[in-house]
Write a protein that binds this ligand. Structure first.
Ligand code: ATP
Ligand SMILES: Nc1ccn([C@H]2C[C@H](O)[C@@H](COP(=O)(O)O)O2)c(=O)n1
Length: 740
């Protein structure tokens, strides 16, 4: 299969064959970007509203509940109010024109560009009316799949005084849901936009399933951790807001504490009642913790687990580790030992913030940790994220020894660790375990299995699992695609790309950027660029980033810069790409300064690029300044590659003492081959035999089979006219069987 053949399958009459347009002819991205729209579907009581609150908290989307908009009409006695009341009372659907117009008003009056439209479209008619009036398509459609008996139970326990929360209306609502909403669900499934989420489990567990979906959208990540309340129009607060606020006010009046709902923990009770006082969630959190610390100092002991559960939940959603540590100090030790809920949340917080060791200490002190896999999963995940795959695996095996049953969240985490280790045998054992545990048809788990086999080098098994997945979602397709690309199987990857299109799943920006990042021939890359332009996806962040890398690798700096300059939004990856394009000329500095002015956050990779630039251009003072700025201003601890850059910087400039003392005095960990290698090369450049011998000795220990180190030392001796030493090193090469 050639690229063009693959392309011909993408859409009738289309192929990649059109070359890209010249920069000056290019259609520039639209100034006003289309809003990001999520539809949230699910039966009555499936938990849509509850999950929406969590999505809003984490990603800052504006929540528009169709049901709430209609109820507001009733409450405000508008001209449609009575009609809506009659329909809702009977579990019926309000005419689409009315609902869509209400949604339209909210969309148009909002400053936010990201919306969560909940309980809509309920019918095909709703859907078509939205497309006709709003002229927009959803980017994501979530479907909370919940058994009927569970929905009935939840609705009858909801207790919010809703006129339709009774068994008679509920039966009608379910009937209407099954008859009218299912076709909408199928429609989006066929379009590849549907994310089906099993809505049974705790609110947090379900949200764990929602998180990765939104995390995969760059534009949502940017606004995560902002105060969601600030995005809501004055007329539309999150669902249950008023009830929670009232409840909190009562609590507040009685307790003397800042606004917290202790009796009935809700996802983030402390954040809702004080938005007029606190500007951000973090400030609200800080204030509550300070209140509690003051009380504790006065000898008032805080023992209510709900307080700590709520605070830890918020710290976790904000990844506010410093606040989490303060909460940790406030929790009485007996509570931490005996309350699995609290200790598990603390373990999750530490583990998710990269403090797996501390998480493990808390975990070790838990008295009933075998009662749930939650804390285990968090710890496995924490280790896997840090790349401590063996520790993650060990925990998984310990789970079995301690009689803890893994759940569907355990397997993807442990499979990630297994992929990191690269052991197919262990992977197969986990595969057997997950089938035994009943997850052999679970898409979420099987996607992770595909990824694991691909990473362990068994692409055939990865493919076999992939073809077994019953309802493949985006992640399934992308895992297989990435697997093929990882194995350099570009044709197979393009086959998958084509199949995605044939199955009605438009390759998304992840798929496109993965292919772009790895295309072997520049011609194919340009053709793919042409295809991307025709799809209007050129300015998707990850696609544009991949295009910059594509052109810079081929030395087409003008094209790379053109794309960068025209991008509507940029992330750290974009800045890193353009700075690295200029890592041999001082323009890289200009981009770095521009990045700082744009308030973009440089990361470790940015500093590798700018430090390399300094080394390449001999800008020692600038390099020193940037090296210090990296940790002081941006809190990035220097890693091996940064030290290698600094040694290279000093070494190339002939400052051998400084280069050497960077290694022996400044580094807080053992220098690796890249660092010693940079020093050895500098010794060769500047003819420094003394330091060269030290560097070579370390390299011989670290990389006994790398003949280049021996050759470089021979060249250093040769420059110094030390023929005997040259011969001695050559003999070492022979003794080690390295001489070619
Ligand atoms: N995972 C869950 N486990 C148990 N109860 C839940 C869960 N999620 C939500 N609930 C509770 O179930 C009830 C229904 O939830 P929610 O209001 O979010 O559903 P919904 O899908 O928005 O319903 P509707 O569409 O009818 O408005 C609420 O009382 C909520 O607290
Ligand atoms: N698109 C919609 C959404 C809701 N309604 C009506 C009918 C529902 O039973 C009622 C309550 O909605 P919920 O709060 O459960 O999302 O509102 C509608 O007619 N059309």
């Amino acid at each position: 299969l050639t690229l063009n053949q693959a392309a011909s399958g993408l859409k009738v009459g289309e192929s990649f064959a059109t070359d890209i347009i010249k920069p000056e002819e290019r259609v520039l991205p639209p100034k006003e970007k289309a809003p990001f729209i999520t539809f949230v579907l699910g039966g009555p009581g499936s938990g849509k509203g509850t999950q929406c609150e969590k999505i809003v908290e984490t990603f800052g989307l504006q929540h528009l509940s169709a049901g709430d908009l209609l109820r507001r009409e009733i409450a405000m006695h508008t001209e449609n109010g009575a009609m809506i009341l009659n329909l809702i009372k009977d579990g019926k659907i309000v005419p689409s024109e009315v609902t869509v117009k209400l949604i339209q008003k909210e969309l148009e009056s909002s400053d936010n560009r990201k919306f969560l439209i909940d309980g809509f479209p309920r019918t095909e008619e709703n859907r078509v009316a939205f497309e006709r009036i709003i002229r927009a398509d959803p980017d994501v459609v979530l479907f909370f799949d919940c058994p009927e008996e569970e929905m009935v139970k939840r609705v009858l326990n909801r207790n919010q005084g809703r006129i339709d929360d009774n068994i008679t209306t509920m039966k009608k609502r379910l009937k209407i849901f099954n008859a009218l909403n299912r076709p909408v669900i199928d429609y989006y499934k066929n379009k590849g936009k549907l994310y089906t989420i099993n809505a049974v489990g705790t609110v947090d567990d379900i949200f764990q399933h929602v998180l990765p979906i939104f995390n995969s959208f760059e534009q949502l990540k940017e606004s995560s951790h902002v105060n969601p309340q600030s995005h809501l129009g004055p007329s539309l607060k999150p669902r249950h807001h008023q009830q929670l606020k009232q409840h909190r006010q009562n609590e507040y009046n009685n307790s003397g504490f800042t606004s917290l709902s202790f009796t009935k923990p809700s996802p983030t009770p402390l954040l809702i009642g004080k938005q007029s006082i606190h500007r951000t969630q973090l400030e609200a959190l800080d204030s509550v913790i300070t209140d509690l610390e003051t009380s504790a100092q006065k000898g008032i002991s805080i023992t209510e687990p709900e307080i700590f559960a709520s605070l830890l939940e918020t710290c976790y959603s904000l990844r506010a580790i410093d606040h989490g540590v303060r909460v940790h100090h406030l929790i009485p030790p007996y509570l931490l030992r005996n309350n699995v809920g609290i200790s598990s949340k603390l373990v999750r917080l530490y583990a998710s913030c990269g403090f797996a060791e501390v998480a493990h200490e808390v975990f070790d002190r838990m008295s009933k940790r075998e009662s749930s896999p939650f804390a285990w999963n968090s710890l496995i995940s924490g280790y896997a994220e840090l790349g401590q795959y063996e520790d993650a695996m060990a925990l998984y095996f310990q789970m079995a020894e301690d009689g803890v049953k893994p759940d569907r969240f355990t397997f993807p985490r442990v499979l990630k660790a297994c992929g990191g280790i690269g052991s197919v045998q262990i992977g197969e054992a986990i595969h057997r375990d997950l089938v035994k545990a009943g997850f052999g048809y679970d898409v979420y788990v099987l996607n992770a299995l595909v990824d694991m086999y691909a990473k362990c080098g068994d692409i055939v098994k990865a493919r076999n699992v992939f073809y077994m997945i019953p309802n493949k979602d985006y992640v399934s397709w992308n895992s297989m695609l990435t697997g093929y690309l990882h194995h350099g199987l570009l044709h197979e990857a393009l086959d998958i790309f084509r199949l995605m299109v044939q199955n009605g799943i438009e390759p998304d920006k992840v798929a496109i950027s993965s292919v772009l990042a790895r295309v072997l021939s520049f011609k194919h890359g340009r053709q793919l660029h042409g295809w991307v332009i025709r799809r209007g996806m050129e300015w998707e962040l990850s696609v544009a980033n991949a295009l910059i890398v594509l052109y810079s690798k081929r030395g087409q700096l003008d094209q790379a810069c053109f794309i960068f300059d025209q991008m509507l939004e940029r992330d750290t990856v974009s800045w890193n790409a353009i700075i690295s394009v200029h890592s041999k000329d001082s323009n890289g500095f200009k981009y770095f300064e521009q990045m700082q002015r744009a308030d973009a956050k440089p990361d470790g990779i940015t500093f590798v690029s700018v430090l390399s630039l300094c080394a390449n251009t001999g800008m020692v003072e600038d390099g020193e300044r940037l090296f210090s700025l990296m940790s002081k201003e941006y809190g990035i601890n220097p890693k091996m590659e940064h030290y290698a850059c600094m040694v290279n910087l000093y070494g190339r400039a002939g400052m051998m003492e400084e280069a050497y003392s960077m290694i022996v005095q400044e580094m807080e960990f053992e220098a690796g081959p890249t660092v010693w290698g940079a020093l050895l090369y500098a010794c060769y450049l500047h003819g420094n035999t003394d330091i060269g011998e030290v560097a070579a000795q370390r390299l011989f220990e670290l990389e006994p089979d790398n003949e280049h180190n021996f050759e470089l030392l021979m060249r250093i001796y040769s420059k110094a006219k030390r023929a005997e030493d040259v011969e001695r090193v050559r003999q070492m090469l022979v003794d080690r069987g390295l001489e070619t």
